[in-house]
Ligand binder design. Structure first.
Ligand code: DC
Length: 230
């Protein structure tokens, strides 16, 4: 079934802009969007709200299996509800990102989220963004893209994004957080952040968002993934 439904994975480190690119691409193609980072963030929030120690893999995985989460919207994940409560703003906080990165090191937690992530693969197609979309969750994806950029440039982008969303952001603090998350995401034993062997790597350090989107769109067209793309 997965081979018949067109899909494209976009992986990369924190703050590289893969969320923006993935959302743009999903909208262009009219495909579904999986923001897997949001799933890990929700999982972290759910564990914290349940009063479970976030360093207890079995307990966190248990909460993750039982949590009732709803991603609302079509090719976007603009509204996220946990147990019926809107947690969209909480999910975007840096504290949620840090929590997500901590629980994401546990294989039990990753396993608990695997089925839910694969369930996003529905017609007419899927753009999946995260750290291990191409390497673990959708290894058969016909097109895999890995976006990269220097930590400094990613910190600048993240600061801009936070400030635009009305949240305070200090560049030095954001850079420290990004480096800590990089170390954890790249260094973990299970599904570490790395480009799949067959991924196309794009260094976006010197590229504008528009230029990145153009490159991705060309790759989609060249891959013959969809005849709808003209
Ligand atoms: O993409 P993001 O910043 O929202 O992700 C938050 C954290 O979730 C990230 O630091 C690591 C984890 N994550 C992961 O381990 N695997 C994914 N596919 C997506 C996110």
């Amino acid at each position: 079934m997965s081979r018949q439904i067109p899909h494209c994975t976009i992986d990369g480190p924190s703050g590289v802009g893969k969320g923006t690119a993935a959302k743009w691409l999903a909208t262009q193609l009219g495909w579904h969007l999986l923001d897997s980072g949001a799933m890990y963030r929700v999982a972290g929030i759910a564990a914290e709200q349940a009063g479970v120690p976030v360093d207890d893999p079995a307990a966190v995985a248990d909460i993750v299996r039982r949590m009732k989460v709803r991603f609302e919207g079509d090719s976007t994940t603009d509204h996220i509800a946990l147990e019926g409560r809107d947690i969209t703003a909480d999910v975007r906080e840096e504290s949620a990102a840090m929590l997500a990165s901590r629980i994401a090191v546990f294989p039990e937690v990753r396993d608990a989220l695997l089925h839910a992530q694969r369930a996003f693969l529905q017609p007419p197609g899927l753009v999946a963004d995260g750290r291990d979309m191409g390497s673990v969750v959708f290894p058969e994806a016909p097109l895999k893209i890995f976006l990269d950029a220097s930590a400094e440039e990613r910190a600048r982008r993240r600061c801009r994004q936070l400030r635009q969303a009305g949240m305070p952001a200090i560049l030095a603090d954001v850079l420290t957080d990004i480096r800590a998350r990089d170390a954890r995401d790249r260094g973990r034993k299970v599904a570490p952040l790395k480009a799949a062997e067959d991924a196309v790597i794009i260094d976006t350090t010197e590229l504008t968002v528009d230029a990145v989107c153009d490159r991705i769109f060309s790759l989609v067209k060249d891959s013959g993934l969809t005849s709808v793309v003209s």
